[in-house]
Write a protein that binds this ligand. Structure first.
Ligand code: FEO
Ligand code: CA
Ligand code: CA
Length: 643
């Protein structure tokens, strides 16, 4: 999110990405031919179980043996472009404002940002983040589903924040959410298919339902929704995940910034970061009263959830899954136990917040989403406690157990889920350095990026601990753990995969132990079908000094070998951007990543009078505004990415 957000005392914006690959044998989904062309086609039992149990070739002709990393690293860059290794090429698709495929070319992007709200509702949103590829025809066509995390009103509107209106609020809301588009490859080039029967925009106004323990709860009811089961929209969609039954999980991160708070927020509101007034300046409450928390205090409880979407069914009503808990959710990564249970790992990207996992009560059934519609409504949510000595415990957020009682302010399980931060405080979960993406490698280690936390060890703030060992942690680190038993284990062993930062940094607390190419502020994380770990960075001046940023250059994506720890820089982004989201075709020969907020101003929203002041990527030299977009990466020889 924008720099002004991160400068807030305890806010923690984060911008960033996603991933999930259909090519991961643990999570592989294959849709082909007739089955793929039917909107409601469920995964067949054979197909799904083959994916869940592994054993599939994930790289078309079979994964090659030998070193995982076979490319020559790219140098640090401060150029306003995307750089990839020799022998690779990039192509840009799905830019903010491009038609998503709902109405063909009738809503073409206007370079002066004069598109209407109605036009934005059929275009790709702003600030691309988590992304996933769902194959339709092998590795040559499929659906791309992606998040749009937030907006820069200075770029979104022709005259920025001036002349603020209901139309501008509606356009901003339309630029949030999720896009579903169809993409295809012809002669080695990918394009968005327009029109497409799968194309869809889900925005901050799209009706969605609520399920799980908090559905219908008193704290979820508002003047506009007496049922507490029907919410308009999803927002600040950051990381994402995909399920083995073929759905997409989009995660609501810094939702609290959209609300106008009372002069004196109550204890619950303060714990969730609600401030007096509209400190970030989204100004939605001026024309959409539900974002005025003074008048509608329960509306904030209806955000901060993981939302499940069926991308194959454009008429599916998205579902907010409250059994997974409420948080400033970064992402949601699904792993499977050998017994067939789904385990969802989730990080809460905020300073001193938590790492969670949800373990489903039931096992995943063959038959796609139709057979697993309620799977994420029943199960147990746990918060992680990392103890000294490399051991850890998962603490259950279950009403009536331990301190989670009515006497301590939790009337029922729904309230435990709505107030998961307060519950985790009571249970003694470990307060982490901004947990972002989580991924699982081929050996069963679970990795979480901890992007940075400059408040660690500061006056009146939590001190360093075993899991978060650096005060003023401006560089971030990656922690990993392996469950005792299976992914539903209640205890685990853990260690640090890497402490990010330049090993020769003059500041002792910023020294890292990276083996290979230096990086800082890890955010996006994805393990591909060959087992390569892709790390995406989100460095900003709010987290690092300008001198350190100059050394690190623009944000980048690096590849790591989880076994050796070697890190190699694969891609550098344009000026002011963040690299977010990664996914690939099943054959591993096409990778899609997102470039978010190119040209972001270091200190404020963009100036509509100087929209190209810092960047005009991707239309270099044409004078158009910088636009978030999806980048397609292929090897010129058509080979497997990373080899
Ligand atoms: Fe939206 Fe934590 O990155
Ligand atoms: Ca981030
Ligand atoms: Ca992020």
């Amino acid at each position: 999110m924008a720099k002004d957000f991160s400068s807030m005392e305890d806010s923690n914006r984060s911008r960033n990405p996603s991933i999930h690959e259909v090519s991961d044998p643990k999570r592989r989904i294959v849709l082909r031919g007739a089955a793929a062309s039917a909107f409601l086609a469920p995964l067949t039992g054979t197909t799904m179980l083959a994916g869940l149990l592994g054993g599939c070739a994930t790289t078309g002709g079979g994964a090659p043996s030998g070193p995982l990393l076979g490319f020559k690293s790219v140098p640090v860059s401060t150029e306003d472009t995307v750089r990839v290794p020799e022998g690779y090429e990039v192509q840009v698709i799905a830019r903010w404002g491009d038609p998503v495929g709902l109405s063909g070319e009738s809503a073409a992007f206007k370079a002066d940002a004069s598109n209407t709200a109605a036009e934005q509702e059929v275009q790709f949103g702003m600030h691309h983040d988590g992304i996933h590829f769902y194959p339709v025809n092998g590795s040559t066509s499929g659906l791309l589903v992606m998040n749009h995390e937030y907006v820069d009103d200075g770029l979104l509107h022709r005259d920025g924040l001036a002349n603020w209106s209901a139309e501008k609020v509606r356009k901003a809301q339309a630029a949030h959410g999720v896009s579903v588009c169809e993409v295809e490859m012809k002669n080695g080039k990918w394009s968005v298919v327009t029109p497409s029967p799968w194309a869809r925009r889900i925005t901050a106004r799209t009706p969605m339902s609520v399920s799980g323990p908090a559905a219908g709860h008193t704290l979820m009811k508002t003047a506009a929704d007496a049922s507490g089961r029907r919410v308009l929209g999803t927002l600040n969609n950051c990381g994402s995940g995909m399920t083995p039954w073929g759905t997409y999980l989009t995660c609501e991160e810094n939702f609290i910034f959209y609300f106008n708070g009372p002069d004196q927020p109550d204890a619950h509101q303060r714990r969730w970061g609600l401030r007096k007034g509209d400190p970030v300046g989204y100004r939605w409450h001026a024309h959409d009263e539900r974002f005025n928390a003074v008048k509608h205090p329960n509306e904030i409880n209806r955000f901060g959830w993981v939302v499940e979407i069926d991308p194959m069914n454009p008429s599916h009503t998205p579902v907010k899954r409250t059994a997974l808990g409420r948080a400033a959710h970064e992402g949601a990564t699904v792993a499977m136990t050998k017994s067939g249970r789904a385990v969802v790992y989730m990080g809460e990207d905020a300073r001193f917040e938590y790492i969670y996992k949800f373990v489903s009560r039931d096992t995943v059934k063959p038959g796609g989403f139709a057979a697993n519609r309620d799977l994420l409504d029943h199960g147990t949510l746990y918060v992680a406690r990392f103890d000294a000595g490399g051991r850890g415990v998962w603490l259950p957020l279950v009403h009536g157990q331990g301190a989670l009682t009515a006497a301590n302010g939790f009337a029922d399980q729904g309230e435990v889920m709505i107030k998961s931060r307060q519950a985790s405080d009571l249970l003694g979960g470990t307060k982490m350095d901004r947990p972002e993406w989580i991924e699982v490698d081929r050996q069963g280690w679970v990795y979480c990026t901890l992007t940075n936390n400059s408040n660690r060890g500061a006056k009146d703030q939590p001190a360093v601990d075993a899991a978060n060992p650096r005060a003023n942690n401006t560089m971030g680190h990656i922690i990993r753990w392996k469950e005792d038993g299976d992914h539903d284990g209640l205890t685990f062993q853990w260690n640090h995969f890497v402490l990010a930062g330049d090993p020769i940094n003059e500041r002792e607390q910023a020294k890292g132990n990276v083996k290979g190419d230096t990086f800082a502020c890890p955010d996006g994380l994805w393990v591909d079908g060959r087992g390569v770990m892709w790390i995406q960075t989100d460095m900003s001046t709010s987290a690092m000094g300008k001198g350190e940023l100059a050394i690190m250059g623009n944000n980048a994506m690096l590849a790591a070998d989880p076994t050796t720890g070697e890190v190699r820089r694969f891609l550098t982004g344009p000026v002011g951007c963040e690299i977010t989201g990664a996914t690939a075709t099943p054959d591993g020969r096409t990778m899609f990543i997102n470039i978010q907020h190119p040209g972001e101003s270091p200190s404020e929203r963009s100036d509509p009078a100087q929209p190209t002041r810092f960047s005009n990527w991707p239309e270099k030299g044409q004078g158009t505004r910088p636009r978030s977009a999806t980048v397609v990466i292929r090897r010129r020889d058509g080979g497997i990415i990373g080899t």
